[in-house]
Design a protein around this ligand. Structure first.
Ligand code: AMP
Length: 185
């Protein structure tokens, strides 16, 4: 978990590789569907362009299908999911069904103003449709209102681990690896 621009995607790829499990990014799956103009892509394109959240029923169905794939059997890392209370409950249910509860929720702690600056720089560089300043501010405020409070649920369950997400990418990876060291086996 962590706000837009916190580096979740980059770190998720690295950590997943290290643990030999897939990194599942709902945002990346949605973007691929938009690019391919699938039915799902057409449904979510306008929502994503404004920085809003895709409705839970679509997002939860996607995650349910993805977690059922064979490569998730040894474990998996979710990037950008859950983002709403409904998604937290759905995930709990899915994991209970498969008899493997969530081991850990990892939060990257970052400075929001620095994230906005980072996303604006990425917008100039890569031109993602949801990277205009207005949309970035909207995504940040939705994160703060709808998603940041979810960390309290995981803290209550004793599953929340927080890592300083500011600084050098390799150093942040090292911090995460250290924070997850006891989960490695
Ligand atoms: P991300 O790459 O994780 O920042 O996601 C990009 C966009 O995809 C978000 O701004 C949402 O529009 C959508 N999205 C990704 N994950 C979710 C989710 N768990 N729930 C709702 N919408 C999502």
């Amino acid at each position: 978990m962590g706000p837009p621009g916190a580096g979740k995607g980059t770190q998720a790829e690295r950590i997943a590789e290290r643990f030999g499990i897939p990194a599942i990014s709902t945002g990346a799956i949605f973007r691929a569907n938009v690019k391919g103009q699938t039915e799902l892509g057409k449904q979510v394109e306008a929502i994503m362009a404004t920085g809003g959240y895709v409705p839970d029923e679509l997002t939860n169905a996607l995650v349910r299908d993805r977690l059922a794939e064979a490569d998730c059997a040894p474990g998996f890392l979710l990037d950008g999911y859950p983002r709403t209370v409904g998604q937290v409950h759905t995930l709990d249910g899915l994991l209970a069904e498969s008899g493997r509860p969530l081991e850990c929720a990892l939060e990257l702690i970052v400075d929001e103003d620095a994230m906005v600056a980072r996303l604006l720089a990425r917008a100039a560089d890569q031109g993602r449709a949801d990277d205009t300043e207005e949309v970035i501010r909207e995504r940040m405020s939705i994160y703060r209102a709808a998603t940041a409070p979810l960390t309290a649920i995981y803290a209550d369950q004793g599953k929340l681990r927080q890592v300083d997400g500011m600084g050098d990418i390799d150093e942040i990876t090292a911090r995460i690896v250290a924070a997850l060291a006891d989960l490695a086996d």
